[in-house]
Design a protein around this ligand. Structure first.
Ligand code: CA
Length: 230
């Protein structure tokens, strides 16, 4: 369940926000002062922060700036003054969005949902660093050794997975059949380079939309194979 931190000193508004969000399946936590809100935002993980601008002790601008300097979590600033939006923009606080009081429950929930899904997509794209290769609808998860084509899991044999992962980890480089055979199977193993051809054909049948006209693994005549990343 997505967790949202509500920093708002007007209790009735905070509770209204909480009710709207909880009805829509979110978990919430309310903090009524700026300093406690900042502390909470910095020390705990939330999926989104709904942040009032006018707060006692530390205001929303300050909180936004400080949280943004260390976290990417989506922040929606809530202001009672429409005029303040230009100021907020001008300050370059790194807020993702603004809501002007009074706002409708639907508007609040729609904005929250939009920013959560945008953030999720952003995180997905950054995932390759964490052992995942993501190229045009093809996802290779190295840690679980699973492959997904257009969000559908496709089953790979060990060697097919090794060949695909090796090529995809070195995009745009050409590798000869001999090189691939040596790299994946090793000199000592039974079989010969024709094994490579067979495996490439099987991989293409699994990942390519049209295996005879491949988008991912290209044949470079007389040289070998190349994984195209664009
Ligand atoms: Ca306030």
């Amino acid at each position: 369940m997505k967790k949202i931190l509500i920093i708002e000193d007007e209790k009735s508004i905070a509770e209204l926000e909480r009710d709207y969000l909880e009805i829509n399946g979110f978990q919430t936590e309310i903090v009524l002062t700026g300093d406690q809100g900042l502390q909470r935002a910095l020390t705990h993980d939330f999926d989104l922060i709904l942040l009032d601008v006018m707060l006692p002790n530390v205001d929303g601008f300050e909180i936004c700036k400080k949280v943004r300097s260390v976290k990417d979590v989506p922040i929606i600033l809530v202001t009672a003054k429409k005029e303040e939006i230009d100021k907020i923009r001008g300050l370059g606080l790194g807020a993702d969005d603004y809501l002007v009081k009074p706002f409708s429950p639907n508007e609040l929930v729609a904005r929250v949902k939009a920013h959560l899904s945008r953030y999720e997509r952003l995180m997905m794209r950054q995932k390759p660093e964490s052992n995942e290769i993501y190229i045009r609808g093809l996802i290779i998860d190295n840690s679980s050794r699973r492959v997904f084509v257009n969000n559908q899991e496709v089953v790979f044999t060990t060697k097919e997975f090794d060949v695909l992962t090796f090529l995809a980890s070195h995009p745009n480089q050409v590798f000869s059949k001999d090189h691939l055979f040596e790299r994946i199977w090793g000199y000592d193993s039974a079989g010969d380079v024709s094994t490579v051809t067979v495996h490439i054909r099987k991989i293409r049948e699994k990942i390519e939309h049209d295996p005879s006209n491949p988008d991912y693994i290209e044949t470079v005549w007389g040289a070998g194979y190349r994984f195209k990343d664009n």
